[in-house]
Design a protein around this ligand. Structure first.
Ligand code: CU
Length: 507
């Protein structure tokens, strides 16, 4: 326990040093607003009703400048990390022509979108992977406004890790905010000189105080679990929109504006984000609107593949930071400057580690899918675990089996499906279902009072959730952990509709 506190204290000390350093850098921040429009994207047939929006997305290998003087080879959609942002309006017909110029086959999966099975972009399940030099067209209707993202679903642990992901935003026809920005979080393993972090060694830490203070409020779990430490040890850098602080593009807004931030976790670790004293509201999670959003200054938790939209009022002129509160060396990379009215002379805030953490089960989304007395017609239980298999290393299992040996959920169209997921491992498992939004109906055996509609739920060690979804979208669908390294290690299964056949072969 002592060692844990010393480590945490050391991290806090390091953060304080870095906050000081960044104060010095604040005046030199580049003043760039919004991402430049890319020529690859074009709108066609603007007069058609509903409008058809057509996009060309080409995959490309290139050397990407992460900032802090760090270059690394990445794989991209349209030459940037994240890939080209795709933004449409609800009701639009969307056409995306994927041109593959990489040496490996790829696809695009539209994470969180409810699409016909043939458009879901899972290689070997809903289509054949798009081979080098080939092209594939995705076409669908953008039927529900919200924040989504797209990524490759071929060799995904590797391809998403290399940069094959981007934001997909469906705007409402009428919007209620003045400005809107996407922030995509990710982790990388980069050739960074560790000495750039260690510049000051005379910080004092009061260990007695730490012993008395429950760090990060009452919600920090200090039971002997590893959370996502298995994944954390593979990465040494955290990015926002493909850049390391201080090279992350600042968000420039005007005093008095309502600002929406669409935060997307495209990495394999959960992140904690601190907004300092700036109050904000969570207005949507996984593209479902939150009912009666309330103002908070608590720390926001975002799990792998989750999307959380927040809104804040730009009240006070100056600079503040939306920053990682992760207890990790790399958290100082993940710091987004927010500049209100071009004034960048305010001090960055220190993180108050005594704040509570907002986890998704505290939200309440609009429009429940199910009522309390709806009776499931199909039930399934998943024990999530990790086992060391002789000669193969760590395997991540569902009911003691690793994919492709896992047993599919065989459902009939119209079934009301209840799935109980129990995490018996010491690692986090953000479980994601394709093609169907689900309602979280209980946590650790206690029914949720409020409706919570999601497409991913992060199950921490020892936790148990029950979810329900309606089998109303025939096809073969992936159901997997979105720590894609765990998915690669076996934690995947499928939901297969009886009487639905596909001609593709997995792998
Ligand atoms: Cu997992």
């Amino acid at each position: 326990m002592k060692i844990r506190y010393i480590l945490i204290a050391f991290t806090i000390a390091l953060l304080s040093i870095l906050v000081g350093l960044q104060l010095l850098k604040a005046e030199t921040l580049p003043q760039i607003n919004k991402v430049e429009q890319n020529l690859y994207i074009r709108e066609t047939e603007e007069d058609s009703n509903p409008p058809i929006k057509e996009f060309n997305i080409a995959t490309k290998v290139l050397d990407w400048d992460f900032g802090k003087g760090t270059m690394e080879q990445v794989w991209t959609y349209n030459g940037t990390v994240p890939g080209e942002e795709i933004r449409v309006t609800e009701g639009d017909t969307v056409k995306v022509n994927l041109h593959n110029t990489l040496p490996e086959p790829v696809t695009i999966h539209w994470h969180g979108m409810v699409l016909p099975n043939t458009m879901d972009g899972v290689a070997g399940l809903t289509q054949n992977a798009v081979k080098p030099g080939e092209m594939f067209t995705y076409e669908f209707i953008a039927n529900k406004a919200g924040t989504y993202w797209y990524h490759s679903h071929q060799d995904s642990a590797n391809q998403v890790d290399k940069g094959l992901y981007g934001a997909f935003v469906i705007e409402k026809k009428e919007i209620s905010y003045d400005q809107d920005f996407v922030l995509m979080l990710d982790e990388w393993s980069l050739p960074i000189d560790i000495n750039t972090f260690l510049t000051n060694d005379d910080q004092e830490v009061n260990y007695d105080q730490l012993e008395d203070t429950p760090l990060l409020g009452t919600t920090l779990d200090i039971s002997p679990s590893f959370g996502d430490s298995d994944t954390e040890m593979l990465y040494n850098a955290f990015t926002v929109n493909g850049k390391l602080f201080p090279d992350i593009q600042p968000i420039l807004v005007n005093q008095g504006e309502t600002v929406r931030l669409r935060i997307i976790n495209s990495g394999y670790m959960k992140h904690w984000l601190d907004f300092g004293k700036q109050s904000y509201k969570i207005v949507a999670a996984d593209a479902s609107d939150i009912q009666n959003p309330i103002l908070t200054t608590n720390i926001l938790e975002i799990a792998p593949s989750e999307r959380i939209d927040i809104e804040f009022e730009a009240e006070n002129k100056g600079l503040w930071y939306l920053q990682s509160a992760d207890l990790d060396f790399a958290s100082s990379d993940m710091r987004v400057p927010i500049i209100i009215d071009g004034s960048n002379h305010a001090a960055p805030q220190k993180i108050d580690y005594k704040k509570d953490i907002l986890r998704p089960t505290e939200y309440k989304t609009m429009d429940p899918l199910f009522l309390k007395d709806d009776i499931p017609t199909f039930e399934y239980e998943m024990i999530l675990n990790a086992d060391v298999k002789w000669g193969e290393g760590l395997q991540f299992t569902i009911n003691e089996k690793a994919f492709p040996e896992t047993i599919p959920l065989k459902v009939n169209e119209g079934d009301l499906v209840k799935v109980k997921m129990i995490n018996e491992s010491i690692y986090d498992h953000p479980m994601h279902l394709h093609g169907h939004p689900f309602q979280v109906i209980s946590k650790n055996g206690n029914p949720l009072e409020q409706a919570l509609i999601k497409d991913v739920i992060n199950i921490l060690p020892g936790e148990e959730y029950e979810i329900m979804f309606r089998a109303d979208n025939p096809g073969h669908w992936m159901f997997h952990c979105h720590d894609l390294l765990h998915a690669e290690g076996g934690m995947k299964t499928t939901v297969k509709y009886n009487d639905y056949t596909v001609p593709y072969l997995l792998n």
